[in-house]
Every structure is written in C-alpha cells, then in structure tokens.
Design a protein around this ligand. Structure first.
Ligand SMILES: N[C@@H](CCC[C@H](N)C(=O)O)C(=O)O
Length: 289
C-alpha cells in the first residue's frame, strides 16, 4: 500500500480548491489525477487544485525562488494549467499561514503569471496585488444560444472576455463554454464574464471559467470586470490621477477591486480553509493511469 497523501479543502468566495501540500515537488499530479480529485462525485470536488511547492523545487518556478519561497502550481478542474488564479492565491496564502510557513503581513507567492504580493490577516480578508491589466485591441463577440454581446478583451495574466448584459439570467445555464469570435482573440481559450450594473462603481457578474465551467467566483475575472467597467464608465486612474474602486458581486460573495494610478490592481476578499484529510494514494494512482 502506498503512503497516503495529505490534502486540504478551501475556498475564496466559494471558488473552491483541493490543496495538495508538496514542498519538495515529489507528488506526480498528471491532468487525469487532478481531474479525478476535482470531480464532485467520484473525487474530493473543486473548481481547481492548488499544488503547494517550494519554488526552488519546481522547474517552472526556480527562477522566482529568490523572490518567492512558494510556488502556486495552479490547475483547473479539468487538469489543465492556467497562468493565474486570483481566488486561489488568497487561499494558497491562507494555507501557508495555517501550516505555519508564514505569519501575518506581506508574502510573495510565485505563480505562472509572475510573483504576486499577498497581504494576510489572521482571520480577516486577504489582499493580493494582481499586477496590471492588459487590454488588447480588437472587437470580440461572445454568444449564448440566440444572444450575442460585444465583449472587452482583458488579460490579467490569463485571458478574459467581459460582456455587459441586461440580465445575468441571459447567460443561460452556462453548462458549456460560450462561443467567441474571432477565434484568433483567444488561441488558448478564455474565461467569459457576464456583468450587470448594481449601482455606482458596483456590479454583479457570472463567469464561465476555462477548464472549470461555471464557478461561483473568479478573482482574475472580477479584476477584468472592474477594469472593463471603469473604461466603459470613462474612468482610467492613470489618466485621472485618482484610484478607482469597484465592488464586484459574484454568486459566492463579494470582491473589492482597486485600480491604482500606476495601473496596479489590488483585490480583497475572504480565504477560508474548511477541511483537511488524506487521499488514498492507490486510488489516485489508479485514476491517473
Ligand atoms: N478561478 C480563478 C481563475 C482560474 C484560472 C482560469 N480558469 C483560467 O483557465 O484562466 C481566479 O480566481 O482567478
């Protein structure tokens, strides 16, 4: 019998993750193993998986090891790899705090989207510096059934299409990925956000995440939505010299996003660890083979 593998389960505004602590990068996690762990019926269940590895022990993060001791090897629920996960990095930091690897205050975390600074309190919200948004030029359209909307292309390290709609119900059941055009806008697929206004600097969104389906929150998506809404409202902090703060309601809670005058974006929201246990290593080996 193989040695059991430790796991935890956590969420940020109900975007939920299986967490696998693996400081030395000794656990093999092929896409099939990740998809099996994230399966909500036959596995533990999660929108994604946070593989917690020391940067120095991971080939994709070695170069960041001097800046950030820990690497968030993030995987989507279908086993695919993504550049960044905004809710995930808050939960990742909360795990490091709980495990005693870090204390309250500022912490650098290596991700495929670069090193992120996370600020965490003992029991309170977690704030992460998400970097700057890129807004590639060009018209993008997303559709659901008979509805089509123009969308704003926003890159937060990972790709987003943000569509303003009259009613979030128009996005339908979101069981499958909304088609988009032109295909060249997102060669690696896209996360699609549907947005309605709730009040001044206050919006609500639903999201279909690349590699996970509809989720109850997406941190990078909420940042993309805040920036797209600001530009739609004629607000650009780099031009006005005033930071812009947006409240973004997601089905699983609320995130607060501030774009500073230098373009840097900060996101604040909760990060919760709900359980820990052990995985049967033989089961994992079987499902992965
Ligand atoms: N839920 C995440 C985003 C995870 C990655 C995304 N599905 C992608 O493939 O880009 C978040 O909170 O940002």
């Amino acid at each position: 019998m193989s040695t059991p593998i430790a796991f935890l389960k956590g969420h940020g505004t109900e975007n939920d993750f299986v967490i696998i602590p693996d400081p030395d990068n000794a656990i093999d996690l092929p896409p099939a193993a990740v998809a099996a762990l994230c399966d909500r019926r036959a596995g533990l269940g999660g929108d994604g998986l946070l593989h917690v590895v020391r940067s120095a022990a991971h080939p994709e993060a070695k170069a960041m090891a001097a800046e950030a001791e820990w690497f968030m090897d993030y995987r989507n629920g279908d086993g695919s790899v993504a550049e960044m996960c905004g809710n995930g990095v808050r939960v990742f930091a909360r795990y490091l705090q709980r495990a005693g690897h870090v204390t309250e205050g500022d912490l650098a975390v290596a991700t495929r989207g670069g090193v992120k600074t996370v600020h965490l309190d003992k029991d309170g919200d977690v704030t992460v510096g998400m970097g700057k948004a890129r807004l590639p030029e060009g018209d993008v359209t997303v559709s659901v059934g008979d509805h089509s909307w123009p969308a704003r292309n926003v890159n937060m390290g990972n790709p987003h299409a943000v569509a303003f709609v009259d009613d979030l119900a128009h996005a339908g059941d979101l069981y499958s990925a909304p088609p988009f055009s032109p295909a060249s806008a997102y060669p690696d697929g896209v996360n699609v956000e549907f947005v309605v206004d709730r009040g001044p600097a206050h919006v609500a969104m639903r999201v279909h995440e690349r590699g996970s389906g509809e989720t109850r929150s997406c941190g990078t998506g909420a940042c993309a939505v805040a920036v797209a809404t600001a530009r739609r409202d004629g607000t650009d902090p780099a031009v006005t010299g005033t930071p812009a703060t947006y409240t973004v309601d997601v089905p699983g809670g609320t995130l607060v996003i501030t774009e500073r005058t230098d373009g840097e974006i900060e996101m604040t929201g909760p990060a919760v660890i709900v359980a820990e246990g052990v995985i049967d290593a033989d089961w994992l080996e079987n499902v992965a083979s």
